[in-house]
Design a protein around this ligand. Structure first.
Ligand code: FES
Length: 342
């Protein structure tokens, strides 16, 4: 299945890119070098010198741009070669591709498609680590599996009842009752009420309560999820509507997660998670991150094993279940957008 190119992909955490230090990442099988200049502005170029194809990520940041440290060609942030040591003229075709970059919500985003169509309004509204309303921890994982499989996992929460029965303490309800799926212009929305529940480990309730959760899963592969614990009867009382978060009695958290396809069947998974300040503190955040570490390792084990089976299967075919509605809608959207780009 294709990936959408006219989209913002997460390349890394803003705090992990110090000034004047080149950083290499492969996204959608394209090698990129990113650097933050002396003024703090981030740039992204193709990580391949026009001279003899050495990686610019082994280069040196200078005031004017990035210098290849093999034979010294100097590249401007827009990809043009500015200078060739010992040569008076620079051929007009001497340039590498430059990628639009944006910093938003603690992530560095790179637009992998047509630069003329780069629109920062399409950056998914994640919650950054400095958001005053939440106490967030963060991390990332590298997968030996393609991004599509991770997206599929995040689009079908019935796996919580099985893969995460230990870590999140998820009950059978996730598998027994599908969530409500709503198509969005650039993704899908998942919502569910678990009524008369004591919640999972992340939203444990001393007394039975109604637990609400919802997430948007957005192009190219970004999950934004929140939810909370409400007094018993809230779900029925409001017709299983979207509750007013101010009425939550506890358990309000937010998680932002992004899946970036890298080279071949590899991907990088970025995540943050933590409580709303009214419902928790740094101690709870740290406990959630321990839980997330266990849960995301469970996903990784399953998905990488799934990838190995797929790789050994001559003509892999899937058989969707009732829980695949979100997967199907999202993947159809990806195919449609990719087709329009082509
Ligand atoms: Fe970059 Fe020669 S390979 S200057």
């Amino acid at each position: 299945m294709p990936y959408v190119r006219n989209a913002w992909y997460v390349a890394g955490w803003d705090r992990d890119l110090p000034n004047n230090t080149p950083f290499a990442i492969t996204i959608l099988d394209e090698r990129l070098v990113l650097w933050r200049d002396g003024d703090g502005i981030v740039h992204a170029l193709e990580d391949r010198c026009v001279h003899r194809l050495a990686p610019l990520s082994l280069g040196r940041c200078e005031d004017a741009g990035l210098r290849c440290m093999y034979h010294g060609l100097l590249f401007a942030p827009d990809g043009r070669v500015l200078a060739i040591p010992g040569q008076d003229t620079v051929p007009p075709q001497a340039r590498v591709r430059a990628y639009p970059v944006a910093e938003r919500h603690s992530w560095i985003w790179v637009w992998m498609g047509d630069p003329a169509r780069a629109d920062e309004a399409l950056i998914p509204p994640a919650v950054g680590l400095n958001d005053p309303d939440y106490v967030l921890g963060h991390g990332q994982l590298d997968y030996a599996a393609e991004a599509r499989l991770i997206n599929d996992n995040l689009l079908d929460f019935s796996h919580l009842s099985f893969v995460h029965a230990q870590s999140f303490g998820s009950g059978p309800e996730f598998a027994e009752t599908p969530g409500r799926i709503t198509p969005l212009p650039r993704g899908i929305r998942y919502e569910r009420w678990n009524e008369n529940s004591r919640g999972s480990s992340a939203r444990r309730s001393a007394e039975p309560a109604d637990v609400y959760m919802t997430y948007d899963f957005l192009i190219p592969g970004v999950l934004l999820m929140t939810g909370g614990t409400y007094p018993l009867g809230t779900a029925r009382g409001c017709g299983h509507c979207v509750p007013d978060p101010a009425l939550a009695t506890g358990g309000v958290t937010f998680t932002s997660q992004a899946v970036t396809p890298m080279a071949g069947h590899t991907a990088r998974y970025f995540f943050s998670w933590g409580p709303h300040r009214d419902h928790g503190d740094a101690k709870l955040r740290d406990a959630l991150m321990v839980m997330a570490g266990q849960a995301f390792a469970e996903d990784k084990t399953m998905i990488e094993a799934q990838q190995r089976v797929i790789d050994m299967t001559p003509e892999p075919r899937i058989m969707p279940t009732v829980h695949d509605r979100g997967v199907t809608l999202f993947n159809r959207l990806v195919e449609k957008l990719a087709r329009e780009e082509a």
